[in-house]
Design a protein around this ligand. Structure first.
Ligand SMILES: C[S@@+](CC[C@H](N)C(=O)[O-])C[C@H]1O[C@@H](n2cnc3c(N)ncnc32)[C@H](O)[C@@H]1O
Length: 303
């Protein structure tokens, strides 16, 4: 064991209600919005509306899921929980869902919580994300050392994994790479491990910028991290793993950073959002779906 994650002072729970067919989408969105964990309970538990989730012997199995579920999402910061609630309320899939409230979590054993939740994650058979309290698996050749901190991006989310897989399949040897919405800096660090020459990582959240700087240092990947205005000029590769709505707004800006012959790689997009993204980017680039995992897609374009 070489290091421990810093204690978090303001662990906060965001509690939501959702009809059963919305639970998966909502849970994925909460994870994309930096939730450290999401648990799902029967909202009608111990009331007359409570239903068994599994069928009684000899009886037909009930539909999967509960009629109305309570989702409890854990955030490292109270502001993140409030921001997530505000963002979710704007999404079309939030119809029929409800924010019950935001509540502080009593002091937790943060180290135990995080260490039990995060194990090494494989991106390819030889490319691994490994928390500092784990030994890397013997087959790992490219290793990102990353502890869960205050910023999104521990390699467990499908959107992050797809971006990292793209980097491994298209090594940016000697290239200039922009990680827009860097979170923990995981994509920027991945680009560095696969040979990028110059890396700029930006985020609107100053805590993410700080986290990126620390993680990059820890992984000995030189990069420039800053707020979005730090992204200037043209890049061979522009990576952005943000949700669909901000990605649509950012279309002219992100396309403007891709040099002729360069690549744009977008994630944070649900399968059903592919067409709206294609339309939003059509004036500049032709986006195509090039990977998919758990209902999320990766969209890429060449300039
Ligand atoms: C889903 S996380 C992705 C983190 C990391 N790049 C990864 O792939 O795991 C999205 C990040 O984008 C940042 N973000 C959201 N909107 C943004 C915007 N308009 N400009 C820059 N960053 C933004 C958030 O603060 C968050 O850190």
């Amino acid at each position: 064991m070489t290091a421990e994650p810093a204690p978090a002072a303001r662990l906060t729970e965001l509690v939501l209600l959702a009809p059963e067919d919305q639970v998966e989408t909502l849970a994925e969105a909460l994870e994309a919005l930096d939730a450290l964990s999401v648990s799902v309970e029967d909202a009608d538990a111990e009331t007359p509306a409570e239903r068994a989730l599994f069928g009684e012997p000899g009886m037909p199995a009930p539909k999967a899921g509960w009629q109305r579920s309570r989702l409890v999402a854990l955030f490292a910061e109270v502001s993140q929980a409030h921001e997530a609630a505000a963002l979710l309320r704007l999404q079309d899939f939030f119809q029929g869902c409800e924010v019950v409230g935001v509540r502080a979590v009593a002091d937790e054993d943060w180290v135990r919580l995080t260490q039990s939740q995060f194990a090494p994650v494989d991106i390819t058979p030889t490319f691994w994300i490994v928390p500092s309290w784990h030994e890397p698996p013997p087959q790992a050749r490219q290793i990102i050392r990353l502890d869960p901190g205050l910023a999104f991006g521990t390699g467990t989310h499908p959107t992050t994994r797809m971006c990292l897989r793209w980097i491994a399949q298209h090594p940016p040897l000697g290239q200039r790479v922009l990680d827009y919405g860097c979170g923990s800096g995981i994509l920027a660090i991945g680009a560095g491990l696969f040979g990028a020459r110059e890396i700029v990582a930006v985020d609107i959240d100053p805590a993410a910028v700080e986290s990126t700087r620390l993680n990059a240092q820890h992984n000995q990947v030189p990069l420039q991290a800053g707020l979005p205005e730090a992204a200037t000029g043209a890049f061979d590769v522009v990576l952005a793993n943000i949700l669909a709505s901000p990605l649509k707004v950012l279309a002219p800006l992100l396309c403007g950073h891709v040099r002729p012959g360069g690549h744009l790689v977008l994630a944070g997009i649900l399968e059903r959002q592919a067409e709206e993204l294609q339309q939003a980017y059509a004036p500049w680039l032709r986006l195509q779906v090039t990977d998919a995992e758990d209902g999320w897609i990766l969209m890429t374009a060449s300039a």
